[in-house]
Design a protein around this ligand. Structure first.
Ligand SMILES: C[S@@+](CC[C@H](N)C(=O)[O-])C[C@H]1O[C@@H](n2cnc3c(N)ncnc32)[C@H](O)[C@@H]1O
Ligand code: SF4
Length: 334
């Protein structure tokens, strides 16, 4: 193994700008953010509620090498200062990705962010079948997402679509991918967190996952456009051809609303809290176990939960018992 810096750059920081969501008729069936349907956090319990605090985090992330900030939640559009947050990130010359359910994406908002460089929007859409999509997510979620997608195109705001794979929508994934021939699509495996913990019926069968990996993710027809997250053996490891490692805690970190820092949005291992330590200290001192053993090809990271795989490995060598591990490392986008 070569070329592994002792303390890698924090390439992408995820900021959970609010844990709350406007999908309150029911949250998405599998939402990793909620334990119960009515979880809502008072704004004062959100450590990241002030613009000043976001600014501080963005600056700290930049000092650690960040090139991009992902604004996620909950639903980031609940933040009334979202445009100011985007400006803050742009002022630091960093890229922004806003992960959203699309419901609050408006022409006015897109008009306002158009003037900032490097801002992209990620809209969640799980199925082209309205019934399937809205049953998984919220009534009206399909038209909200489609509207947001069309508006981003109209206003030339870079767009990606995020699709979470479940037993309910898996049959229609190929159609969805083909329906958007010019757009980037992230296919995510369901992570057993939050509401998903009590929905074993939603997890995709291994044979369906292999079909998607082989037929779509690794199909040259979709190269550069369709990517996978949280799917073992197909994530694009960022350590170069000789080093195989997951980006969690190596090039990404997730900053939760309550100050907790975890290696990625899907791995619920708290390594520190911003109330007690600076992001720099946490990044430099608390992620060791994510930077050791996971360099082994086909190995597990020190926390026994993230898996690493070699770049370009294109045939599932051994599909893990998907229920055995809560989560897998990946280049996550929110
Ligand atoms: C947590 S949401 C936050 C942003 C926004 N509210 C949205 O729905 O896009 C970000 C992405 O994570 C996905 N997601 C939520 N729970 C998940 C889970 N348990 N496993 C995998 N992905 C999940 C959502 O479908 C969405 O695409
Ligand atoms: S996935 Fe996004 S839209 Fe759905 S309940 Fe969770 S935060 Fe809200």
């Amino acid at each position: 193994m070569k070329g592994i810096p002792k303390i890698p750059k924090l390439h992408r920081a995820f900021i959970e700008v609010t844990p709350n969501c406007n999908y309150r008729i029911k949250p998405c069936d599998y939402c990793r953010n909620f334990q119960r349907e009515n979880d809502t956090i008072a704004p004062t319990d959100n450590m990241i509620h002030s613009l000043e605090y976001v600014k501080k985090l963005v600056k700290q992330a930049k000092e650690l090498g960040a090139a991009e900030i992902v604004l996620t939640g909950g639903e980031p559009f609940l933040r009334e200062d979202l445009v100011d947050i985007v400006k803050t990130i742009s002022d630091e010359d960093l890229k922004t990705l806003i992960a959203t359910n699309g419901s609050e994406v408006t022409p006015a908002f897109l008009g306002q962010i158009q003037k900032y460089e490097g801002v992209a929007i990620q809209v969640s859409l799980d199925s082209l079948d309205i019934k399937i999509n809205d049953e998984l997510r919220e009534p009206g979620a399909y038209s909200a997402a489609m509207n947001a997608i069309n508006l981003c195109k109209k206003y030339h705001v870079p767009l990606q679509i995020s699709t979470t794979l479940t037993a309910k929508n898996v049959a229609g994934i190929q159609d969805l991918v083909d329906y958007f021939p010019d757009d980037k699509i992230k296919l995510r495996r369901l992570v057993r967190e939050g509401l998903a913990e009590s929905r074993p019926d939603l997890f995709v069968k291994e044979e369906d996952l292999i079909r998607i990996i082989q037929g779509i993710v690794l199909n040259s027809k979709y190269r550069g456009r369709v990517a996978a997250e949280q799917i073992p053996y197909v994530f694009d490891c960022d350590g170069g051809p000789d080093v195989y490692r997951c980006s969690a805690g190596n090039s990404i970190a997730f900053l939760r609303f309550n100050g907790d820092v975890t290696p990625c949005p899907s791995a619920n291992f708290v390594v520190g809290n911003l109330d007690k330590e600076s992001l720099k200290d946490i990044w430099e001192k608390n992620f060791d176990s994510f930077r050791d053993e996971q360099y082994r090809p086909f190995g597990y990271c020190g926390r026994n939960a993230l898996v690493s795989a070699p770049r370009g490995f294109n045939v599932p060598h051994k599909i893990m018992d998907l229920n055995e591990f809560q989560t897998y490392g990946c280049k996550c986008t929110g």
